[in-house]
Design a protein around this ligand. Structure first.
Ligand SMILES: Nc1ncnc2c1ncn2[C@@H]1O[C@H](COP(=O)(O)OP(=O)(O)O)[C@@H](O)[C@H]1O
Ligand SMILES: [Mg+2]
Length: 526
């Protein structure tokens, strides 16, 4: 600093030099306060300016806690904030408490001669003068205190310095008021948001899962409950009822949400591939294993693994899975080192597992391990009331994919409600997608729905073309049909429920899954 009449080591020699330095400091304080709304930080910076430019040392600001009325130290120059955050004053207590209670300046020429001095901070020099000013919002609302000790060097000029400290207190008061206003605003917005969110969840559950029928509300409640914990969840329901959707809702609403969510369809792979896929393999474990590879369980560490179609795994594999579920342990294929992971398992099946256990196809111990927390998804025909909402939700979703505005008419929805949807929401989604493709203007009406072929499959007396017609007439042994056609026909007849189609064709679900893959049959959205 180049102020004449001031020397950093010797202090101020005359009043003019002091006033000039104070003006400069006020300007800097204004700058600091307008920089951010973080009071702790800005207050600390203000005290630093006072110290560096005007020789006001050992500065301290204490602010009222609005909930308790207690005065709490908010910033101290040259002290670790952790050491002071516990220091509090009751109104009226000590010099600081008296300053805020009286709302007047405190000018003490020698601190050790002041009987009220508490020395709670252990900060001050008892041989020096001490100044404290209330921080006041408006006429008389004292919200805090700023205090400091003018350095022993040079002139003390106590009354001049007290006047300066008052100006700083006024500037601080403005910032405190602003920061408190912003804070209250934020608090009321947050609580409003939480209330809204709760209201929305109370009505509908999760934003990408549609359903307000009792059955779905129960599902949402279960998802909310199980999400909090790491328990294994078994999701049951027909194909297309939203099992995968629910599995991801569980993961993304759980404390693991920022960690991986890994999915695997157990029916899509033969045993040996399933094993390397899940557990990984070591280099040289088998022909072609040229390098070591991590399995899905390792990838999912800390997160969630979703094992779809768990009912389809072989006995040998059931034993391996049981061990991971029980111990969290496994070895990579071809490896001897035991790996340990922290993975939450969510499994899904459309199979009657109890029956499979009874038939000896599914290990009972594994069944109990998986069935800790079952969630049953209703099929779509059990919640017909959800069809209108689902239809508009899905039409919006398809519109976003097709990048155009789509709408659906009430007459179209009336047709949809009459169908029994063996392929559930997936079939509804596919039907709407086909209908949308056929509508050049993007307005889906009953006619467009009719073109998708579901009219023919409408069941009950309401069917327009007379008798209910099932397509069971297809003869799957027809020698004219090739393998691909047979599989497609069976899938269509069963609404793309693979397990049911497999039964029609006398195949196992694994066999049909394998054919779907090798015959390159496009299954809508697996
Ligand atoms: N309640 C629902 N709300 C919105 N979309 C749904 C709902 N249930 C299923 N879907 C949609 O239907 C399709 C099939 O769901 P999915 O979770 O794959 O069924 P699953 O795993 O039971 O066969 C997906 O595109 C999914 O987003
Ligand atoms: Mg699925």
């Amino acid at each position: 600093m180049s102020t004449p009449g001031f020397d950093r080591d010797l202090g101020f020699f005359n009043r003019n030099a002091l006033i000039e330095a104070e003006l400069e400091a006020l300007y800097k304080v204004g700058q600091v306060l307008s920089r951010s709304l973080n009071l702790h930080e800005t207050l600390k910076a203000v005290l630093e300016v006072l110290n560096d430019h005007t020789g006001m040392e050992r500065g301290m600001v204490a602010l009222i806690d609005r909930e308790t009325g207690i005065l709490r130290v908010s910033a101290v120059h040259g002290l670790d904030p952790a050491a002071t955050s516990e220091v509090v004053y009751q109104p009226g207590e000590g010099i600081i408490g008296a300053t805020i209670e009286d709302g007047r300046s405190m000018i003490i020429e020698r601190l050790e001669e002041e009987p009220e001095f508490l020395d709670r901070l252990g900060l001050y020099d008892p041989k020096l003068a001490f100044l404290a000013e209330p921080i006041t919002i408006g006429e008389s609302d004292s919200v805090g205190v700023i205090a400091a000790q003018p350095a022993a060097r040079g002139l003390m000029l106590l009354h001049e310095r007290a006047r300066f400290l008052k100006m700083v207190a006024n500037l601080i008061a403005q910032s405190v008021r602003l920061s408190w206003e912003v804070e209250s605003e934020k608090r009321s917005l947050t609580s409003e948001r939480d209330q809204l969110r709760q209201a929305v969840q109370g009505n509908y559950g999760f934003e990408n899962i549609v359903g307000h029928t009792q059955a779905m509300r129960q599902v949402f409640e279960q998802v909310r409950q199980v999400s909090k914990w790491g328990t294994t969840v078994l999701i049951r329901g027909e194909s297309g009822t939203g099992k995968e959707l629910i599995a991801s809702a569980i993961h993304f609403n759980s404390p693991r949400s920022s960690n991986p969510f890994i999915k695997l369809n157990c029916a899509a792979l033969p045993d040996n591939l399933l094993e390397t896929e899940l557990f990984g393999h070591e280099k040289g474990a088998f022909t072609g294993a040229v390098s070591q590879r991590k399995g899905r369980f390792e990838q999912a560490d800390g997160g969630t693994i979703f094992l779809d179609e768990i009912g389809e795994i072989s006995a040998a594999f059931q034993a391996k899975l049981l061990r991971v579920l029980q111990e969290g342990e496994f070895e990579r294929v071809g490896g001897t080192r035991t790996l340990k992971v922290d993975v939450r398992v969510v499994a899904a099946t459309n199979k009657n597992l109890e029956q499979a256990v009874e038939d000896g196809d599914f290990r009972e111990d594994l069944y109990y391990r998986l069935n800790v927390m079952p969630i049953n998804l209703p099929s779509l025909h059990e919640r017909v009331e959800d069809i209108p909402d689902l239809a508009s939700y899905l039409v919006d979703k398809i519109g976003r994919q097709q990048k155009r505005k789509l709408s659906i008419s009430d007459s179209a929805i009336r047709v949809l409600v009459r169908y029994n949807w063996p392929g559930n929401v997936r079939e509804l989604e596919n039907c709407l997608e086909r209908a949308a493709v056929m509508c050049t203007d993007g307005a889906i009406d009953a006619q467009a729905i009719g073109l998708t072929g579901i009219e023919e499959k409408l069941y009950g007396a309401a069917a327009p073309k007379g008798a209910p017609r099932k397509r069971a007439a297809t003869n799957f042994d027809d020698p004219e049909m090739d393998e691909r056609e047979r599989v497609i026909a069976a899938l269509e007849q069963t609404g793309w429920v693979q397990a049911k189609a497999a039964r029609l064709l006398n195949m196992t679900p694994r066999q049909i899954a394998y054919r779907i893959q090798t015959l390159n049959i496009k299954v809508q959205k697996i």
